[in-house]
Every structure is written in C-alpha cells, then in structure tokens.
Design a protein around this ligand. Structure first.
Ligand SMILES: NC(=O)c1ccc[n+]([C@@H]2O[C@H](COP(=O)([O-])OP(=O)(O)OC[C@H]3O[C@@H](n4cnc5c(N)ncnc54)[C@H](O)[C@@H]3O)[C@@H](O)[C@H]2O)c1
Length: 255
C-alpha cells in the first residue's frame, strides 16, 4: 500500500473556500494527501488549490462539471498523470435550488439529481479502478439531514437526491468491502457554508432559522471543519473496518 504522504484524494465541489469540500481538501492535504480540487467553478478551485500549495501541500485544481462524463474522465486522467492514482474520493458537489413543490419543474428535478446523484455515480465509476488496483480505497458520500429524515417541503427534489446518496453508499459498500474499499456517508445538518447562507438570506425556512438552531442539543450552526473531521475519520487507516455507515454531523438534531 502507498505511504500516506503519497496518497491522492479527489474532492468534488471543493472550489468554494468557505464550503465543506474545500475544508475537506485542506484537511486531507494537512494529513499528507495530494488533493484534486474539482469544481465547476474553476476560479474557486484554483484559489483553494493555491492556498493548499502555499501552506506546503500538494493540490491540483480541476474545472469540471461532475455531470459531464467526458470532462470527468479527462480531469481524472490529469490527476493520475500529475499526482498519481486516486485512493480517496469525497463526493461532495451538489446544488440545492429551493423551490415550492407545486412549482417544481422537470428541469430542476433533473438538474438536482444529475449533479447530486448522477455526478457521484460518474466520478465514482471513473475513479474506482485506481482503488481496486491498490486494494485500498475510501469513498465518502455527502448526503444531508433532509436525505435521512425528509425535510423542508420546498426541498423535496434535493432531499430525494440526498436520500439516494445513502442507498448509493450502501449498495457500493456491499460490493467493495472485500476489495479493501470502504464506502460511507457523512450527513451534514445545518452547516455554516455559502449554501446555508443562501437559504438564511432568502428566508427559505418556514420558521426563523435561529429557532431551528435553538431546538438542537448543540444549539449552533455546524462548521465546514466539523464535516471535514468526519470525512477525515472515514478516510483514515483507522477506519478500515467501518463501511456502509451514515454519520450524522448535525448537533444532535437527528440520530
Ligand atoms: N450547508 C449545509 O447546511 C448542508 C446541509 C446538508 C448537506 N449539505 C451538503 O454538503 C455538501 C457541501 O455543501 P456546501 O454547503 O459546502 O455547499 P456549497 O454550495 O458551498 O458548495 C457546493 C460546491 O459544489 C459545486 N458544484 C455545483 N455543481 C457542480 C457541478 N455540476 N460540478 C462540480 N461542482 C459543482 C459548487 O460550485 C460549490 O463549490 C453538498 O453535498 C450539500 O448538499 C450541506
């Protein structure tokens, strides 16, 4: 098996410096991974990768849409050429698109499922041969509290796509455990990132978001670093006997 310092991780949706994907990329880079910072936002991906490199890590920015199989294939080839085979994958890219159910269009439903679920399928399928060849791999899929228990009515499409991430994880885990590859889900609650701020700023919640937070056992927003901690645990060697799990990082609002 490769030394920790030479392992490569790919994180999708890592191109917003304040998002969870970037926090995961920074965390894994600090733990010795060379990281592929993939995002549809190329400028953001460049900024995140540049910061990791300035901090002494190894990173490669990839301006890529996870729904575009040809672009994903090209990006992953570039990671292999530049950094090496990919042994850890974090499927984090997603869109939310708040919309009342009665106004939901086929186009928004399809886009949500394409980015949030089909994107994870395309990237995972493309990366998997590296892990199978190494006999070691870690896949972490980012779901959502709403994907576990349902959620806000105006997010039926998003919550359904995120529920799919959990059963995607479970089905993959069954097939890959014997090959040394673990597959787990991290399910964030209400986390202080650009996505959550968009919801707060547009008053998307049916009640004041502070009342939602006050109802949690830990009554605050989570941080992107809280998510990175959970992801880094699943990626670690120490988590080698842990697969097919959903870890909620949600302040205790659901278990
Ligand atoms: N913030 C929360 O409260 C919260 C709660 C539950 C789950 N989540 C999930 O956590 C993950 C990270 O969310 P975040 O809050 O950091 O969101 P974010 O919007 O800040 O980050 C998502 C990233 O995905 C990228 N992206 C969007 N479409 C893409 C595409 N087609 N190809 C490649 N990249 C694409 C965006 O450019 C962005 O950088 C997401 O899967 C989200 O659904 C977030």
């Amino acid at each position: 098996m490769a030394e920790a310092a030479s392992r490569v991780a790919l994180i999708t949706g890592a191109g917003d410096p304040q998002g969870m994907g970037a926090a995961c990329a920074r965390r894994l880079a600090r733990q010795g991974f060379a990281v592929g910072v993939l995002d549809i936002n190329g400028e953001g991906a460049q900024a995140v990768a540049a910061q990791i490199i300035a901090d002494g890590g190894h990173a490669l920015a990839l301006e890529t849409d996870v729904t575009d199989r040809a672009a994903v294939t090209a990006a992953i080839e570039e990671v292999r050429r530049t950094l090496g085979p990919i042994l850890a994958l974090v499927n984090n890219a997603a869109v939310e698109g708040w919309c009342k159910f009665e106004d939901l269009t086929d186009a928004l439903w399809d886009k949500t499922f394409d980015v949030n679920l089909k994107g994870a399928f395309i990237v995972t399928q493309t990366v998997l041969p590296d892990m199978e060849a190494a006999g070691w791999g870690r896949i972490v899929n980012i779901s959502a509290l709403g994907g576990q228990m349902g959620g806000v009515f105006d997010m039926t499409h998003y919550n359904a796509s995120k529920g799919g991430m959990i059963t995607f994880t479970q089905s993959l885990a069954i097939g890959l455990g014997a090959k040394g590859i673990t597959v787990n889900t991290v399910s964030p609650g209400f986390i202080d990132t650009p996505m959550a701020r968009r919801a707060i700023e547009t008053s998307a919640f049916p009640i004041d978001y502070r009342d939602i937070l006050a109802s949690y056992p830990i009554p605050r927003l989570g941080s992107a670093e809280d998510i990175a901690t959970a992801v880094a645990f699943f990626v670690s060697d120490d988590a080698g006997y842990i697969t097919n799990q959903v870890l909620g990082v949600n302040g205790g609002s659901y278990s």
